[in-house]
Design a protein around this ligand. Structure first.
Ligand SMILES: *Cc1c(COP(=O)(O)O)cnc(C)c1O
Length: 356
């Protein structure tokens, strides 16, 4: 099947919507899923049975290879509803591209546009009543794929499931966070899978994150595997710093190339800042904080867009960043993206995919 081939997506509507049971003023992230999910099966080189069906449990084999050998990848996207009811998805084409890069690295099949992109639009159309419209809220969209071959033995699975589930999420007011610079444990090494959104990258982060939590930090600032000298990213978000009038983000194959990071860097250069993707050493950051040239530091990702950083711990010392009120660039980015995503400003970049 070619990427451009038309695939028909069957829709089996739920007989019993759960919508009326949901308290939209009290949404906990990732707890309540919308009525429907998209499911597609891959077997021996073919995608088959693409369907939007009622959300529910799956029957799977205990010898399913994803559970043993970890061929499992995912994405995170947000859909928004404008005041006039228009449904929009923020830059999902970038997630589709990244998903297929993750798939390639883990020897999994690519998901064609007719399933990923068309399926996404159709699913949001079917469940449009699940998309909250109060500013700050969104529909979180989770596409994922895993190996389903029911056999032990390390080899690429012959069969896979691709699924999209969604859940409404409330306004996300993130408090500033503290980060501990990690100088022992490693998230990703060169030549590894750091750039891919595969399930294993999150399992390995849990233990070192717990240790950082025990020391009073919210999250880890990962550093490079070779020397623990260069900054990589934080937990499940990318890092961006403002040093003088330059907006800087670490770069390389050991970090996940976030859509939010990319968007913010594009805005930075458009707005006349110097925007650099390059290595940033822990030393450059710490010295900059001490000298007062590091005026902004934040984590960037789909969940919260921007999470300000207020404290960084390195080798037993804490370094405090300037107050959030004065963070001109990141506050401007947040206001800009907020207006854009709820259709309150003109989409000059074509970043909103409108669901007809
Ligand atoms: C998903 C993710 C990000 C952020 O990517 P976005 O596309 O902006 O959501 C950053 N780092 C890691 C490790 C991630 O998993």
């Amino acid at each position: 099947m070619s990427a451009t081939e038309q695939i028909s997506i069957r829709v089996e509507p739920t007989k019993q919507s759960r919508l009326s049971q949901v308290d939209f003023n009290n949404l906990k992230f990732g707890q309540i899923m919308s009525d429907h999910m998209l499911v597609a099966n891959y077997d021996k080189g073919q995608w088959t049975d693409v369907a939007i069906v009622p959300y529910g449990d799956l029957t799977l084999s205990p010898s399913m290879s994803a559970l043993h050998y970890g061929q499992a990848i995912f994405e995170g996207i947000k859909g928004y509803k404008f005041a006039d009811g228009t449904v929009s998805i923020f830059r999902p084409d970038k997630n589709w591209e990244r998903f297929n890069k993750s798939a390639d690295r883990l020897q999994m099949p690519e998901v064609p546009e007719a399933i990923f992109m068309d399926g996404l639009k159709k699913l949001l159309d079917v469940d449009r009543n699940w998309i909250p419209s109060i500013e700050g809220t969104a529909l979180y969209i989770r596409p994922f794929m895993f190996a389903t071959e029911a056999a032990l033995g390390v080899h690429p699975s012959v069969s896979y499931k691709f699924i999209i589930i969604t859940c409404p999420v409330g306004a996300y007011y993130s408090k500033p966070i503290s980060l501990k610079v990690e100088t022992h444990y490693t998230r990703a090494a060169e030549g590894g899978v750091g750039f891919s959104k595969n399930a294993g990258n999150y399992a390995l982060s849990l233990y070192p994150t717990q240790l950082a939590n025990n020391e009073g930090y919210d999250q880890i600032m990962w550093t490079d595997a070779n020397e623990h000298k260069y900054i990589e990213e934080a937990g499940t978000a990318n890092l961006i710093f403002r040093i003088g009038d330059t907006i800087i983000t670490p770069h390389g194959d050991t970090i996940l190339h976030g859509v939010t990071r990319r968007t913010i860097m594009e805005l930075a250069s458009e707005w006349g800042y110097k925007a650099e993707q390059r290595k940033v050493s822990v030393q450059e950051l710490i010295e900059g904080i001490k000298a007062g040239t590091v005026t902004e530091a934040f984590a960037a990702g789909t969940a919260a867009t921007i999470t300000h950083i207020d404290r960084i711990g390195f080798e037993g010392e804490d370094y405090t960043l300037p107050p959030v009120e004065g963070r001109e660039f990141s506050l401007k980015v947040l206001a800009y993206l907020n207006d854009l995503r709820y259709g309150k400003s003109e989409d000059t970049h074509g970043w909103n995919l409108i669901v007809k």
